[in-house]
Design a protein around this ligand. Structure first.
Ligand code: GDP
Length: 231
């Protein structure tokens, strides 16, 4: 009911290539294989949103999907056709940020991607939510720490909500029984996550456990997605 339609809009490699900021947007970032596609499909009730981020050569793009758009909009954005006010009131963008952790991305491209991301975090006016996906079974990597650092330094927390998502939290984990630990992450992963968040000045961020398999966390993530839709 919350999602009527989702379409791919464009892939951007710099801020100029992003669609005009005429609605809110939320970004999903995480290492490849973290479960990003599965989560976004679960959230938007799709079996397989064509995540072009998986296409070789397109991995470094910021891929824009319009949720709850009128069909003409895609044409309007792509070809500049003036088809007149086609934006639905509750429309927003989902932005699939490049999955990091590919071993073979050349240094030059890595730098380019990193520059764009910094610029994007600092300057994208309509950025309402950043979802940072981390595998519940492994916890944050060094790269995740660096992302948090950027977020802590660049995001204006008055304007953008930063949310940590623990993916693949399907199973109860034995021994995950401390007061704060929600029971689906090992205490070791949980402690490391909190530590890494604090060290990078994002200790304030909410943590949501999700599973694309059981649909755990769907309503809670939607609470934040709604921030992007209500602009
Ligand atoms: P992406 O590369 O981040 O887009 O990751 P995918 O969504 O393609 O998922 C990577 C792998 O993790 C696939 O084999 C999925 O089946 C698996 N996976 C994704 N989400 C879940 C989940 O919630 N639970 C479990 N157990 N596996 C998942």
């Amino acid at each position: 009911a919350l999602v009527r339609r989702t379409v791919f809009v464009t892939g951007a490699v710099d801020l100029k290539g992003c669609p005009s900021p005429d609605r809110g947007e939320c970004a999903f970032i995480g290492r490849s294989n973290v479960g990003k596609s599965s989560l976004v499909n679960m959230l938007t009730n799709r079996k397989s949103l064509a995540f072009t981020s998986k296409t070789p050569g397109k991995t470094q793009q910021f891929n824009y999907f319009a949720v709850n758009d009128k069909p003409e909009l895609e044409r309007q954005i792509r070809y500049g056709d003036d088809v007149g006010g086609s934006k639905d009131r509750d429309s927003f963008y989902i932005v699939d940020l490049p999955g990091f952790g590919f071993a073979k991305v050349p240094q030059k491209q890595r730098q380019q991607w990193s520059d764009f991301m910094e610029e994007y975090f600092a300057k994208r006016k309509n950025l309402k939510v950043v979802f940072h996906l981390i595998d519940a079974r492994h916890g944050p990597t060094e790269e995740d720490g660096r992302i948090m650092q950027k977020v802590g330094n660049l995001l204006d927390s008055n304007k953008t909500t930063y949310v940590v998502i623990l993916t693949k939290a399907d199973k109860n984990v034995k021994g995950a029984d401390s007061e704060k630990n929600p029971g689906k992450v090992s205490n070791k992963v949980w402690e490391k996550l909190l530590e890494t968040m604090k060290a990078n000045k994002v200790g304030y961020a909410p943590i949501v456990l999700t599973s694309a398999n059981t649909r755990l966390g769907r309503d809670e993530v939607w609470k934040y997605l709604r921030l992007a839709a209500e602009v």
